[in-house]
Design a protein around this ligand. Structure first.
Ligand SMILES: Nc1ncnc2c1ncn2[C@@H]1O[C@H](COP(=O)(O)OP(=O)(O)OP(=O)(O)O)[C@@H](O)[C@H]1O
Length: 556
């Protein structure tokens, strides 16, 4: 055997070895693919089997509002929503309101309404994307950001063929999916502050730039579309609808200033009964008037009304009835541990030391705030006791937080100064001011009402029972403007008051258009006393001893 044939033999040998290696590699790949295909077919079969099974439509779906007319009691909010989004120049919107009053239901319907307007920039195929602020996870490393989008870097498992080639892959977030349409973020106030800041930037730029340490613009193996995304950003031109149960003050001003603010209000008892009635109709059930009364006096919002009817309907159906009985509703309210709504209403008679103040306890949520005061003449210097208020409060924001004496307590001190200026001998009395009801009260807006209660107690003069008062009191005795006056006046009317006294600086035309209540703007405490205290002739002056509870006082 010569050298040539030996070399050929070696070449053939290596050729066979290399051939066998590649053949083996291919075989392995094929076997792998066959087993992946087999596995995938099995999974697909399983998936189809799962999809073939479906229960009937959940009751919650059956009663979901299908048009704006199905949403009860929110005409004003819906009107603002339509004005903001259904015209030729749609704007970003923030919807405030308590839980379960129809914010989500309205937001889901507004896109269809907008598309009906031929001048609307939303195309027929415009997307409506929903995201929940409470579950939109914030990931500092930006590996997965469902809101803004993220880049799947080649180091991560499952980066696929692009990953193996060292290519970073941009993954669009909700803002890009909503491009050309609307992005609805429920509970927007729960988003992480950094997410909110990023969102703000997107609202400005109408596109989003993603970043990756693995991106290199010189890298020719990176596909054209990836280069384009890193250079020009992903489109994100949408209109935002944010819904929140928080108050406007809790939402960053930068977001608020870019949005039209819309308010959904709590539902009144009658409206809750209508929601319950409609839910029963949609479930093809009959419900008696008394049943509706029971539902509406226990539930606090539309969702609770609908849920109560659904469970009661379930009870009736299992007993093959199509009528929901009062006992079904009673069973549900007790099983759900619902308690009867405390209906605040004015007292039937005027009394000494008892005043109807007004407060707000959430966006657009006003309430009648009872204030009571007693005054007992004393030998020495009188003592002042204030109960039912918050003792201290936290103010400021996340950057700077301060603790201060409660504003309600400070207003009582201001009141004492004003009364001394009016020559009311407050230091000769032990005075007790109480805010009954169990909710710690805070804020300065009850100043005028507190002054009336103390003045009334010291002078044994009754306060009219059908009047309600709001207004901060300056130490000079003037009434200063306060927030939430329309909802406070509405709450006063609901409670049966026929006259509301507000600071002159809060005077608005809409307040005078309210039915069943007269709204009077005032400048000073003197004017207030002249209007709200019962004028009595000296001989008729009531004989309630100082400090004794008025006859019509509530038992706590
Ligand atoms: N004003 C209403 N009119 C009719 N139905 C209502 C109303 N409010 C709530 N509902 C019923 O309650 C369900 C839940 O309401 P929705 O999700 O719109 O409330 P929400 O204000 O968005 O509450 P949350 O802040 O808790 O998300 C609705 O699908 C509807 O069946």
């Amino acid at each position: 055997m010569n050298w040539t044939s030996l070399i050929m033999l070696v070449q053939v040998f290596f050729g066979i070895v290399i051939g066998l290696y590649f053949w083996n590699l291919l075989k392995n790949q094929r076997t792998q693919r066959v087993s992946v295909d087999r596995e995938s077919r099995k999974e697909m079969h399983q998936l189809q089997k799962l999809r073939s099974v479906s229960l009937n439509e959940p009751l919650a779906e059956k009663v979901r509002p299908l048009s704006f007319t199905d949403i009860i009691g929110q005409d004003e909010g819906i009107r603002s929503l339509e004005a903001a989004l259904c015209g030729p120049n749609p704007q970003h919107v923030l919807i405030y309101g308590p839980p379960g009053v129809g914010k989500t239901a309205a937001a889901r319907l507004v896109m269809d309404k907008a598309k009906m307007n031929t001048n609307s920039p939303f195309l027929m195929e415009a997307p409506f994307i929903e995201l929940d602020g409470t579950t939109a996870r914030f990931d500092e490393r930006g590996i997965a950001d469902p809101l803004i989008g993220s880049v799947h870097d080649p180091i991560y498992q499952g980066a696929g063929s692009m990953g193996q080639a060292g290519i970073p892959q941009p993954k669009p977030g909700a803002i890009t999916k909503a491009h050309g349409g609307m992005l609805f973020i429920d509970e927007i106030g729960e988003l992480h502050p950094i997410q909110l800041n990023k969102l703000l930037k997107v609202l400005e730029d109408r596109k989003v730039f993603l970043e990756s340490a693995y991106y290199n613009e010189e890298n020719m193996s990176i596909p054209q579309h990836v280069h384009d995304i890193f250079k020009n950003g992903l489109p994100a031109d949408f209109r935002l609808i944010g819904a929140t149960t928080r108050t406007p003050e809790e939402i960053p001003p930068a977001i608020r200033s870019r949005c039209l603010e819309v308010y959904f209000r709590p539902l009144k008892q009658k409206e809750l009964a209508t929601v319950a009635q409609r839910a029963a109709e949609r479930l093809k059930m009959v419900i008696a008037e008394k049943g509706l009364d029971t539902v509406s006096s226990y539930v606090t919002n539309g969702r609770e009304a609908v849920n109560t009817v659904q469970i009661a309907a379930g009870l009736a159906t299992t007993e093959e009835r199509n009528e929901i009985e009062v006992s079904d509703i009673e069973w549900v309210v007790h099983a759900s541990r619902l308690s009867r709504r405390p209906e605040k209403s004015i007292h039937p008679e005027p009394a000494v030391g008892r005043v109807n103040g007004l407060a707000v306890y959430g966006p657009d949520l006003g309430m009648l705030l009872e204030i009571e005061s007693t005054a007992k003449e004393t030998e020495g210097t009188g003592m002042l006791t204030v109960t039912g208020i918050a003792e201290e409060e936290n103010a400021g924001n996340q950057m700077r937080s301060i603790r201060r004496k409660s504003m309600a307590r400070s207003s009582v001190d201001n009141v004492m100064t004003v009364l001394r200026r009016l020559h009311v001998p407050v230091e000769q009395y032990d005075i007790h001011v109480n805010f009954p009801g169990g909710t710690p009260i805070d804020g300065p807006s009850a100043g005028a009402a507190i002054a009336t209660a103390i003045y009334s107690a010291v002078n044994h003069t009754k306060v009219k029972n059908d009047v309600a008062i709001t207004g901060e009191l300056s130490i000079w005795g003037t009434l200063k403007p306060v927030g939430g006056v329309p909802s406070k006046v509405a709450a006063a009317r609901e409670a049966g008051a026929t006259k509301a006294f507000i600071p002159a600086d809060n005077d608005e035309t809409m307040l005078h258009q309210m039915e069943d209540i007269t709204v009077t703007p005032l400048k000073t405490l003197d004017e207030l006393f002249a209007n709200v205290l019962v004028k009595q002739d000296d001989h008729k002056r009531q004989q309630v001893p100082v400090g004794e509870a008025p006859s019509s006082s509530v038992q706590l």
